[in-house]
Design a binder for this molecule. Structure first.
Ligand code: FMN
Length: 318
């Protein structure tokens, strides 16, 4: 058991009140177990709605070595209980991120997870090397985006390519490294093992599932990219089962559960499934206050049910 895993296990021996206001994920302290999910938080937009420093952690949009324009529009479509997106990792690049977004987030006092994007191993390496001495608290390696033609999901669905990449990145940084897994695989446990064996300190799951919508008036796909990633309440039970399967297979690894969370109750289900923390994504695009609301609802729920809080504080229930 490595040092960070020991600290995460220690989370479970803190008093119920203590761990949820001091949640440790791979050695990094979060103010509560609820963070924002990559690509669905923007400081300028969300900062007006709640005190972002009070979130467990803020996970940024994917950061690439150079500015990326993303995919052509339309880039989003509604779907039953959710949405499909093919934004394609639009971002202003790591140099801009380092002088603009990251200092502003740190000045506010937020725990920051920088989501790292790349089209090739070298792209990811360049970003990680530039972040190695930065103020970022954790790095989340996005090997699971379905909306880019190279890198992204093509790495995260191939255990051999994933292992090679994570070993390479591990040598470049001592920052806690989260690997964000794709659900678009036959065996998530095989991919999770590959990431952990190569040096991941934590896993986050899941990214979006591949999906599409067709405009029945034209008979053509709504998204310019044709397919995109499905997220929102529709994927909640699927994502929950992925978290549960990985937790059963790898008891010691810190897990961040993501997918369809829009209430404290759903966040609690993830904790029961074995997640140490969660991130709120598409719900924030419907209600910008959703991440903070989910954190409060979870806290209230645990307040009103000390038996649940005590169970979780002692360890997982399975
Ligand atoms: C518009 C949009 C943009 C996203 N961009 C990223 C990204 O840059 N990097 C990443 O790892 N995940 C990205 N995601 C995936 C989310 O972080 C999350 O894993 C997924 O949406 C599932 O959670 P949800 O159902 O709560 O939305 C994006 C999702 C959406 C909806």
């Amino acid at each position: 058991m490595n040092e960070q895993t020991e600290q995460d296990t220690a989370m479970n021996v803190l008093e119920p009140h203590e761990w949820r206001h001091r949640t440790i994920v791979a050695g990094t302290e979060w103010k509560n177990p609820v963070g924002t999910a990559s690509g669905t938080f923007q400081l300028d937009a969300c900062g007006d709605y709640y005190d972002v420093s009070q979130m467990g952690a803020i996970c940024t949009k994917g950061v690439a070595p150079v500015p990326w324009e993303g995919n052509p529009g339309p880039r989003t479509a509604e779907s039953p209980s959710g949405m499909v997106n093919s934004v394609g990792l639009q971002n202003p690049g790591v140099d801009h991120y380092l002088v603009d977004e990251l200092p502003r987030l740190k000045k506010l006092g937020a725990t920051v997870i920088t989501n790292v994007a790349g089209h090739s191993d070298e792209d990811y390496a360049q970003v990680v090397a530039k972040l190695a001495d930065s103020q970022a608290d954790m790095l989340e390696i996005n090997v699971s985006c379905p909306n880019v033609s190279h890198g992204g999901m093509s790495v995260g669905t191939d255990p051999v390519a994933l292992s090679r990449l994570i070993k390479h990145l591990r040598a470049l940084t001592s920052k806690p490294m989260i690997v964000k897994l794709s659900p678009n695989v036959t065996d998530i446990v095989e991919v999770a093992h590959a990431a952990v064996d190569a040096g991941a300190d934590a896993l986050s799951l899941i990214n979006t599932l591949v999906g599409m919508r067709i405009d029945i008036n034209t008979g053509k796909p709504i998204l310019a990219n044709r397919t995109g990633g499905v997220s929102g309440p529709a994927i909640f039970p699927i994502a929950l089962s992925f978290v549960w399967r990985v937790r059963q297979a790898i008891p010691g690894i810190p897990i961040i559960g993501i997918g369809g969370i829009d209430s404290g109750e759903k966040a609690l289900e993830y904790l029961y499934a074995g997640a140490n923390a969660v991130e709120v994504g598409a719900a924030a695009l419907v209600d910008p206050t959703a991440p903070m609301r989910v954190a409060r609802e979870l806290d209230d729920l645990l307040d009103s049910r000390p038996d649940l809080a005590a169970k979780l504080a002692k360890g997982q229930t399975w």
